[in-house]
Ligand binder design. Structure first.
Ligand code: SF4
Ligand code: SF4
Length: 167
């Protein structure tokens, strides 16, 4: 390979993020999910990821999505779109220069690849919540004790005042 050729490769790699990517964006389907808040929604997530090649993740903008890892049928063996000129709007709107699927960093904050991931996450969450609850209970107890002390002091002051004879 000539130096000129390898330089051109580096330059094109910089210019086009799709170079050598393997068309990752054409190999999955991601659909929005509601933020899981209830026991039922967590159970649904557990059910989703119990299926092969189905992941659920929270992206960098805190949106929840379910992704199905499956190749688009219009992808050819070289990783090119067979219907490029007629590709759907969703594909046209995917901006390669803003693409994070092929980025150096993760595109998710949390990801569940199987039911065990969800169970582990919920267990950790439970432990955290318990710790938080214990901390808040301690704080409440301390506050209650402090209030009681203040009340007692006030009562003591009034008692002493009452004992002092008035002339
Ligand atoms: S848009 Fe992103 S994921 Fe798709 S081919 Fe280009 S770099 Fe790869
Ligand atoms: S239609 Fe073409 S651009 Fe769109 S996902 Fe399929 S292969 Fe990729």
């Amino acid at each position: 390979m000539s130096p000129k050729h390898s330089f051109r490769n580096i330059a094109s790699k910089r210019k086009n993020p799709c170079f050598d990517c393997g068309a990752l964006c054409c190999r999955n389907v991601a659909v929005s999910l509601d933020t899981p808040r209830s026991k039922k929604s967590w159970d649904e997530i557990r059910w989703l990821v119990a299926h092969k090649n189905v992941h659920v993740f929270k992206d960098l903008e805190n949106d929840w999505l379910v992704e199905f890892l499956t190749d688009c049928d219009k992808l050819d063996v070289r990783g090119r779109c067979k219907i490029y000129k007629k590709r759907p709007i969703t594909c046209r709107e995917h901006e390669p220069h803003e693409c994070i699927i092929n980025g150096a960093e993760d595109y998710y904050k949390i990801i569940f690849r199987n039911a065990e991931d969800v169970e582990k996450f919920l267990e950790k969450k439970k432990v955290k919540q318990k710790k938080k609850q214990r901390k808040s209970n301690k704080q409440k107890k301390r506050k209650k004790l402090l209030n009681k002390k203040i009340q007692n002091k006030k009562k003591e002051k009034t008692r002493i005042r009452k004992q002092i004879p008035h002339f």
